[in-house]
Design a protein around this ligand. Structure first.
Ligand code: SF4
Length: 243
């Protein structure tokens, strides 16, 4: 029976995509972001105390308990696409039971193509952490190239729900993220596509971050956050949200 390591399930969340949604967090990630505030979820072999191996049925049952107060579910991580087959089956089964309008989103780092799960998901909340290859590698330990390719591919399919960027003290990289990803989306799907894609600018906060990175990562100023918000709005993303 197909199972996955589930770290936690939040029955109703307002920050994991549009509306109230259940959020399912899976263990294991293929990035190692310096600012990760849940570093205990990175190691695929890691076993945080809350972790349980759950079946597709168990996850879909649990999510169903929150109906009618949620509009869907979001599968997050770690990196949920490391459990691609499980993600596919959960979304397929949730839609079978709760209807095609029950929305299924992924919160994901864009390193793994979504082709297989695309037919059963409604969209992706895509992390764009840096666009310069060297900056992305330094921050995450992985290449930026697949992320930009997934942004374009999802936009083409109308399944890019939101871009998420954690903004660090020097906002230069976040600004490049906004401009470069907007350019890729426009190339792939046209300028109108941006109007249906939200941009979430997440102010870096040191909570939960491993102590070896605390000295080098800086919190950005509020003025800079507002400046980035304007840049993203001017590009055409809608809505743009600062958190
Ligand atoms: S992609 Fe997310 S879960 Fe993975 S290391 Fe980065 S911040 Fe942590």
């Amino acid at each position: 029976m197909l199972t996955a390591p589930v770290v936690k399930i939040i029955d109703s969340s307002a920050v994991d995509g549009p509306g109230n949604r259940s959020a399912v967090f899976l263990q294991g990630c293929n990035f190692n972001c310096e600012y990760c505030h849940n570093p205990e979820t990175i190691d695929p072999e890691g076993r945080p105390e809350s972790l349980r191996f759950l079946t597709v049925e168990q996850v879909v049952d649990r999510v169903g308990r929150s109906l009618p107060f949620i509009r869907g579910l979001t599968i997050s991580g770690g990196e949920c696409m490391l459990h691609e087959a499980f993600v596919y089956e959960v979304c397929l089964e949730a839609k079978r039971r709760y209807g095609q309008d029950f929305s299924c989103l992924l919160d994901s780092n864009g390193s793994i193509p979504y082709d297989r799960v695309l037919p059963v998901i409604d969209g992706v909340l895509l992390d764009v952490k840096a666009v310069d290859e060297s900056a992305h590698r330094a921050l995450t330990g992985a290449s930026a190239a697949p992320v930009m390719a997934q942004a374009a591919a999802l936009a083409k399919e109308g399944k890019l729900t939101e871009i998420r960027t954690v903004v660090l003290g020097n906002c230069d990289e976040a600004e490049k993220c906004i401009l470069r990803v907007a350019e890729r989306i426009v190339e792939a799907a046209g300028a109108d596509a941006l109007r249906n894609i939200s941009y979430r600018l997440i102010k870096y906060r040191p909570k939960g971050v491993r102590k070896e990175y605390l000295k080098t990562l800086k919190v950005p100023g509020d003025k800079e956050m507002v400046r980035l918000e304007r840049i993203a709005s001017d590009c055409g993303f809608s809505p743009v949200v600062i958190v």
